[in-house]
Ligand binder design. Structure first.
Ligand SMILES: Nc1ncnc2c1ncn2[C@@H]1O[C@H](COP(=O)(O)OP(=O)(O)OP(=O)(O)O)[C@@H](O)[C@H]1O
Ligand SMILES: [Mg+2]
Length: 268
């Protein structure tokens, strides 16, 4: 019981810590977004200036200047877009830690899934330079808005996606030859009153011990700093307790792993 209590205390302080961090990150992020918007406006001015002075520039130079400006515009809008995404994640963390959790809202499940799948992908790309993954997506296209807790469901998807990314990265690192194609499959569909979200990878797979301890808090096989061992415990709570669904998985060491969330459909 003492062990259990200790873990719960650890969890609670982790919540407070992440809320604190989320709060602190908000300000610099706002700076990033605002400066990138401002730079976008400055670029516009620059473009007008170049257009006005068209005749003073050699054609080659003019073309190059226009190309550079177009690239910069694209970059600025990417910075704004991803910055805003980060802000919305931070908001999610703050919302949860303020206790506004557990709110079921009508949600476009495919859109939410896509967003977090690619968020995880880009985070992985930023962490492991020169590493790439093929992602196959299969989304049923007529799924209506369903009632879920979007903050939580997105976190569950992100956790499982992050694990999948890590598993394929780990396998590619352990493989001697380069015939291995790291691949992740994402599927969203409805079957007989249930919503199914499945994420499969062809990564390192799980041994019997890992399968056994998968949902244990603080159980991780990752190096220090790479994992806290909370992801799957939180994910199970989100799917099974909050959404009254079920998590299942199949996994073969050396072959890969596939997680499926089965959630009873609620439309109101
Ligand atoms: N797709 C997967 N392929 C192989 N092993 C996995 C996969 N998903 C989870 N695991 C194993 O289960 C362990 C626990 O996963 P969990 O998500 O709970 O923690 P973590 O990923 O180690 O850390 P955290 O998610 O808190 O950053 C992982 O360390 C890993 O060994
Ligand atoms: Mg994890």
């Amino acid at each position: 019981m003492r062990e259990q209590l200790k873990k719960q205390e650890k969890l609670a302080s982790l919540g407070i810590l992440s809320a604190g961090i989320a709060h602190e990150i908000q300000n610099p992020l706002n700076f990033v977004i605002n400066f990138s918007k401002m730079s976008g406006k400055l670029l516009n001015d620059l473009k007008e200036l170049v257009d006005d002075n068209e005749d003073n520039l050699a054609e080659d130079d003019r073309e190059e200047v226009n190309d550079i400006i177009a690239d910069l515009e694209e970059n600025m809008s990417k910075i704004t877009e991803h910055g805003e995404r980060a802000i919305s994640i931070i908001r999610g963390i703050l919302l949860v830690s303020r206790g506004k959790e557990n709110e079921f809202l009508p949600t476009d499940i495919v859109r939410l899934t896509k967003e977090y799948v690619w968020l995880s992908y880009h985070a992985m790309r930023a962490n492991f330079k020169n590493f790439n993954i093929t992602i196959h997506e299969s989304y049923q296209d007529d799924i209506p808005q369903l009632m879920v807790i979007p903050q939580d469901l997105s976190r569950a998807i992100l956790n499982v996606m992050n694990n999948a990314c890590f598993a394929v990265w780990k396998k590619s690192k352990d493989m001697a030859d380069n015939s291995y194609m790291p691949t992740i499959d994402v599927e969203v569909k409805t079957v007989d009153g249930d919503l199914l979200i499945a994420i499969g990878d062809n990564g390192e797979g799980m041994t019997a011990e890992v399968k056994e301890r998968l949902y244990e808090n603080f159980f991780t096989t990752k190096p220090i700093g790479q994992g806290t061992g909370l992801g799957m415990g939180i994910t199970r709570e989100i799917i099974e307790e909050k959404h009254h669904g079920k998590i299942t998985f199949e996994s073969e060491p050396g072959e890969g792993t596939r997680f499926t969330f089965t959630i009873p459909i609620r439309t109101r």
